[in-house]
Write a protein that binds this ligand. Structure first.
Ligand code: PMP
Length: 356
């Protein structure tokens, strides 16, 4: 079996040991004689798996009892819609740290007034602004914890007087933080925690009580809470992959251990950039650098194209940057191994030696 070094921005790799386990569960899940894609979402075996998944999340995120956890189809983009239509009564504030926060704002604008509480547009989103302009009657401040395209990530989160809603799609459970400082966290699972096709949300009961009810039932978070995420057929397979990834993180030693491992990986690539004498130029400000997505440029687009081609010949896949930043982007989500990061760092050094 050939496996490449996969640095895609999402969907992204899963640990080989989890994939091997999934092979067995595809034909016989927990002794039922049915595979995971074949079981009923109304069966006790599914309910047990769902309960277990929520328990893992509660335990690893050290959540207060005050939070509900729900699972939904529709990925991240559906959450842009649901956050707006549930919580936007008068106006919603958005921290403009790039494309994903901006898309959330534009989507929510359908339901009320939205505005940027700050913006990092002046330097192509290379930093996280640290001041917030919150207007009267604002229902929430919405932020994106890790900006997948630009490679910036909040180290500290805003302290504001309005409910704080956070998109953690591209850094969920990659590090230890105080998850209880948010009123709502949501994340698509396809980067750090499983297969594409689902998102989960952790929502404070106090915020849920304020949710709008003049919207279609299926768009209400309360519908998912009241029906324990099984109002209709949930994304069973996706939730299962999330369950297995949480089990894997737990066995790795939990968030503390995962954070240490992620730091080592990011350090290998950032050190290579910083010690390249300007051959590799990092996009994000050092203080706001993401541990998940490392973005950088070379001197010319031609050299960047050549780098991507040579990388591919050496089995390094998914290193091309997003078109809005250009250059290269190395995604180092939870399942990427330190060995893969080391191999790429060595390749970068060798590439510089022969092209610098
Ligand atoms: N938020 C962030 C931070 C993302 O990186 C992405 C996708 N890359 C999205 C939201 C959108 O997610 P989806 O493609 O699942 O709609």
């Amino acid at each position: 079996m050939k496996r490449v070094f996969n640095f895609n921005a999402g969907p992204s790799p899963m640990p080989i040991e989890v994939l091997e386990e999934m092979k067995n569960d595809l034909t016989d899940f927990r002794g039922t004689g049915m595979g995971i894609t074949e079981i009923s979402h109304r069966s006790p075996v599914f309910q047990d798996m769902l309960d277990e998944t929520k328990a893992y999340l509660r335990q690893m995120m050290k959540l207060d009892d005050d939070y509900e956890i729900v699972f939904m189809q529709g990925g991240g983009t559906m959450q842009f819609l649901m956050t707006g239509c549930n919580f936007l009564h008068t106006r919603g504030a958005y921290a403009d740290t790039g494309v994903w926060a901006h898309k959330a704002r534009n989507t929510a604008a359908f339901f009320g007034e939205t505005y940027d509480a700050n913006t990092a547009k002046d330097r192509n989103y290379a930093y996280i602004p640290d001041t917030y302009d919150i207007r009267p009657d604002t229902n929430y401040l919405y932020i994106c914890a890790n900006n997948t395209i630009y490679g910036t990530e909040y180290k500290d989160f805003p302290k504001v007087d309005v409910p704080l809603i956070c998109d953690m799609s591209s850094d969920i459970l990659s590090r230890e933080i105080d998850f209880n400082q948010f009123d709502m966290i949501w994340a698509g699972i396809q980067k750090n925690l499983g297969a594409a096709g689902a998102a989960f949300a952790v929502i404070r009961k106090g915020l849920l009580e304020k949710a709008r009810t003049d919207i279609p039932e299926y768009l209400q978070y309360q519908t998912f809470v009241k029906n324990d995420s099984t109002y209709n057929t949930p994304p069973v397979f996706c939730i299962y992959t999330l369950n297995r990834m949480l089990h894997w993180i737990w066995n790795m030693g939990g968030l503390k251990a995962i954070e240490e491992r992620n730091k080592v990986k990011a350090g290998l690539i950032y050190d290579t950039i910083d010690q390249s004498g300007g051959f590799y130029k990092g996009h994000a400000d050092v203080k706001d650098r993401s541990m998940m997505n490392v973005t950088f440029n070379l001197a010319t687009p031609e050299l960047e194209k050549d780098f991507v081609e040579k990388a591919k010949k050496n089995d390094f896949i998914g290193v091309k940057g997003h078109r809005l930043v250009g250059g290269l982007r190395i995604s180092l989500y939870n399942a990427v191994t330190p060995e893969a990061a080391k191999a790429l760092a060595d390749f970068m050094k060798e590439y510089k030696r022969t092209n610098g």
